[in-house]
Design a protein around this ligand. Structure first.
Ligand code: ZN
Length: 685
């Protein structure tokens, strides 16, 4: 018997969880085919309707369209990030340009554009009575169709289509190259003595990595950012240098996985597309539909921070050099030394040894007694693991989330461990996005890249990994609390320079006294983390912020530099490394000891991940975050009343309203930048 393709109808599993156990490789392509055909038919039906365009027969009908495509895309692209098999990689290269062409066919349809404009005019003239979410939806549709080029003439549209398809191929290529070269550049170590400074579990992980590739000895796999976490503890300077050099050379090595030509072509195509749409640069086109509005507003914020950050980093470097001079001779601080000596100075000045904290960060306790506990305290929600429901990979876990009174909310999937098939970094995505119109519930996922401990030993997280888990869970809450009518506004479907705000706010609970006391217990003895350790950690937090802010700002400004190019300017760039150096020098962030968090050839966020001309978003939303943290602090901290207010005004509305207007209602005023500057120890002089 031939079973029906599981993507053709909604899943019958709880919360419409995709039936992963039934999904086979050969289901994807037919589902993409049928999904695209179905949506084209739905759009045709909208266009041939004899009645004049109304909200219901045009905008709402568009929101209802493409359900098979949504289902298959959510699963396929979720797996492309979390568990990319050679099959998925191959199909993605083929299907991505076709999906892009499909999207263009709809977004560039002149008749559809005319109908959307007609609806917008009817609404403006008061001929349709719609609720606020629907009115906002009409506005968003008109903006996005205009920005996508629906108003262009036929020849320009044809060019646009070609550019979009080529870009789609290139961005996929970028990530595939990066994954290949990251795997190829894993650092091989023959003798365990070279790993001095690493904990037993990290050494066991490195040994297992080597074995899994049929190698003797140890293998250190690279992480997405330039700075590898092991650089903080490895005492062998030559090995630190090897790791740093490998990280920085990714996808820039004159081999099959060289991303330099890819970067140049992406920058040129994006610039020429922007010009076609009537913008000076890609950054100008992107920010036109963000809360920031213009690249100038973005640059103003970044530059306001760059000078004090660089000055602080220089002061930190002087302190680190003193530390080096006191222990070694003839050694000048290099990028691979920064984290190592920072830890030494941190230990000396604040007596904080972050590796001594790890025994207090047992992953299971951090999750249940930290992350979940804070969410329960703030929002009254509860979590129960559903062993009866299967995720896409045996390593991912499934939790059901309910309100205080038992009302179901959705499913939360957690995929903690690193795999060769997993994209680097950490993220949240949705398998099912909430919408009242479609009657869809919520299934959200968090992915991290925690190294798997040796069998029989607990997973002990680093301080950074604990932060990441709280952060990603903030995105998950945004998806889980979504209560919107239209799918376009579901959960995290907000402006990109707003989307990091809820996740950043959620990080505040990690060191909140009641939360920390509840989860930070020794994995073996159950003893709470000593209070003086906590106090010292908090006291040390502004330390090294010059470095952290600088490496981030360097990446953000690099993104602005690539995407701020006009078409002619982009054509003139031929050398990626040279362009980078010049861009960083211009803003005073070209310090070789403080490398940019991502160099262009492995800056996946902006060349493949949808953060193009948008990496600034993190600091843009951190302004809101720091201001919100202050609000919680001034209003009684972790209470249900505060949580509910934040949920009502921010988390629950998804993208269904103007975000800054909603923020104003939540806060009683616009966000203030002072809390951010204070948090990062950046005082403007
Ligand atoms: Zn995030």
């Amino acid at each position: 018997m031939v079973t029906e393709n599981p993507f053709f109808s909604p899943s019958s599993l709880p919360f419409q969880l995709p039936p992963f156990a039934e999904i086979r490789d050969d289901h994807y392509e037919p589902a993409f085919e049928r999904g695209m055909a179905e949506q084209i038919a739905e759009v045709q039906a909208i266009l041939v309707a004899p009645e004049p365009a109304t909200f219901a027969n045009t905008i709402e009908a568009l929101e209802r369209s493409g359900r098979i495509l949504k289902r298959v895309s959510a699963v396929f692209f979720g797996l492309s990030s979390s568990d990319k098999t050679p099959f998925i990689a191959e199909l993605e290269e083929r299907i991505a340009p076709r999906l892009s062409a499909h999207g263009d066919r709809i977004r560039l349809d002149s008749d559809l554009y005319e109908r959307i404009r007609a609806v917008s005019e009817r609404v403006a003239a008061g001929e349709e009575q719609l609720d606020a979410e629907a009115v906002y939806l009409v506005d968003r549709y008109l903006t996005s169709y205009t920005l996508s080029g629906a108003g262009l003439g036929d020849a320009d549209k044809a060019t646009l289509r070609e550019v979009n398809q080529r870009l789609s191929t290139l961005t996929t290529r970028f990530d595939t190259d990066l994954l290949d070269d990251t795997n190829a550049l894993a650092v091989h170590v023959a003798d365990v003595s070279e790993l001095d400074g690493l904990g037993a579990d990290a050494i066991a992980t490195a040994a297992a990595n080597a074995t899994s590739r049929g190698l003797e000895g140890y293998l250190i796999t690279l992480v997405l950012p330039t700075g590898h976490p092991y650089l903080a503890s490895l005492t062998n300077r030559a090995l630190r240098e090897r790791i740093m050099t490998a990280s920085q050379s990714r996808a820039a090595r004159d081999n099959d996985a060289d991303n330099r030509p890819v970067v140049l072509e992406i920058a040129r195509l994006r610039a020429s597309r922007a010009e076609l749409l009537g913008f000076r640069s890609h950054a100008a086109a992107v920010t036109a539909a963000q809360t920031a509005g213009t690249p100038e507003a973005v640059d103003a914020l970044l530059r306001r921070l760059a000078a004090p950050a660089a000055a602080n980093a220089r002061a930190e470097a002087a302190v680190l050099q003193e530390q080096i001079d006191a222990t070694e001779t003839d050694s000048t601080l290099a990028s691979w030394d920064w984290a190592f000596y920072t830890e030494k100075v941190r230990a000396a000045r604040f007596d904080v040894d972050t590796s001594a904290m790890r025994p207090y960060f047992d992953a299971e306790r951090v999750l249940r007694d930290g992350v979940f506990f804070a969410a329960t305290s703030l929002y009254g929600i509860r979590f129960e693991e559903r062993f009866d429901l299967a995720a896409y990979n045996g390593e991912a876990r499934v939790f059901e989330v309910t309100e205080d009174d038992g009302t179901p909310i959705g499913l939360y999937l957690l995929d903690l461990y690193t795999r060769d098939s997993k994209h680097g970094g950490a993220w949240m995505n949705s398998f099912v996005s909430q919408s009242r119109l479609l009657g869809t519930p919520r299934v959200v996922t968090n992915n991290l890249n925690v190294p798997r401990p040796a069998p029989g030993t607990p997973t002990l997280l680093t301080l950074d990994e604990v932060t990441t888990l709280f952060h990603e869970f903030g995105h998950a809450l945004h998806g889980l609390f979504a209560t919107v009518t239209y799918p376009r506004f579901a959960g995290t479907s907000v402006f990109r320079d707003f989307v990091e705000f809820p996740s950043q706010v959620n990080e505040m609970w990690m060191l909140w006294p009641e939360v920390l006391a509840n989860y930070a217990k020794h994995f073996d003895t159950g003893e709470p983390m000593p209070q003086e350790m906590v106090d010292r950690l908090i006291a040390s937090r502004a330390f090294n912020e010059g470095f952290r802010t600088s490496e981030y700002l360097a990446a953000a400004l690099l993104d602005q530099a690539w995407h701020g190019l006009s078409s002619a300017e982009a054509e003139a760039v031929t050398d990626v490394a040279e362009f980078e150096r010049a861009a960083l020098e211009r803003v005073g962030l070209a310090d070789r000891a403080v490398p940019t968090r991502y160099s262009s050839t492995y800056f996946s966020h902006v060349f493949a991940g949808g953060y193009d001309a948008g990496y600034y978003s993190y600091i843009w939303s951190e302004v809101l975050d720091a201001d919100t943290v202050r609000w919680f602090e001034e209003n009684g901290g972790m209470t249900r009343a505060n949580g509910d207010r934040f949920r009502r005004h921010v988390l629950g509305i998804g993208g269904s309203r103007d975000p800054l207007e909603a923020y104003r209602e939540f806060r009683g005023r616009d966000a203030d930048i002072a809390p951010l500057l204070e948090r990062r120890g950046l005082t403007e002089s």
